[in-house]
Design a protein around this ligand. Structure first.
Ligand code: HEC
Length: 143
């Protein structure tokens, strides 16, 4: 009987300790530490509305090489980004075509009318074809 009582006391004490620790960890027993300032007050979240947007540019039509369709390409593309990002590419017609699809699907470009798209593609392939063989576009180890 006495044995049972001691066991009861031990179990009850342990339960109490566990409960207290749990409450403490849950923050129920203590207020905020003195001097505690919520992070949101120190550094309010800054949301940059231009995040992910291409940088602004001052390009004009003259920044694209002269050729048929130059104006169409400039006005279709330069609303969103400079021409450097276009000139940096050298692609096949299929890949230029896929790039235009990407502009529509990922970047919300308004789809072009078919004849306009053909004109743009003609210009892009003419002016920015794949670079010389053996440079980046081809794997030299597969020759
Ligand atoms: C509605 C906006 C919009 C229009 C219009 C647009 N683009 Fe883009 N384009 C983007 C954005 C956004 C990116 C990503 C820029 C970045 O990563 O800095 C991009 C990136 C690109 C890239 C680089 C892709 C890469 O993989 O690095 C190419 C090439 C490109 N555009 C070509 C064009 C061409 C050609 C046109 C016109 C026919 C065009 N874009 C019109 C929004 C647009």
């Amino acid at each position: 009987m006495k044995q049972l009582t001691i066991t009861h006391v031990v179990v009850a004490s342990l339960t109490a300790v566990i409960l207290l620790v749990a409450l403490d960890r849950a923050g129920e027993l203590r207020g905020p530490r003195p001097g505690y300032v919520p992070l949101a007050k120190i550094a309010p979240a800054v949301v940059d509305p231009d995040k992910g947007k291409p940088p602004p540019h001052n390009d004009t039509v003259a920044d694209l090489p002269d050729g048929k369709g130059r104006d169409t390409v400039f006005y279709a593309c330069a609303a969103c980004h400079g021409v450097a990002i276009i000139k940096a590419q050298g692609l096949t017609r299929d890949l230029w075509d896929a790039s235009l699809d990407l502009m529509v699907s990922r970047h919300h470009m308004v789809p072009m009318k078919p004849e306009e798209r053909t004109e743009v593609l003609d210009y892009l392939v003419e002016q920015f074809p794949p670079r010389r063989k053996g440079r980046s576009s081809e794997n030299p180890f597969l020759k």
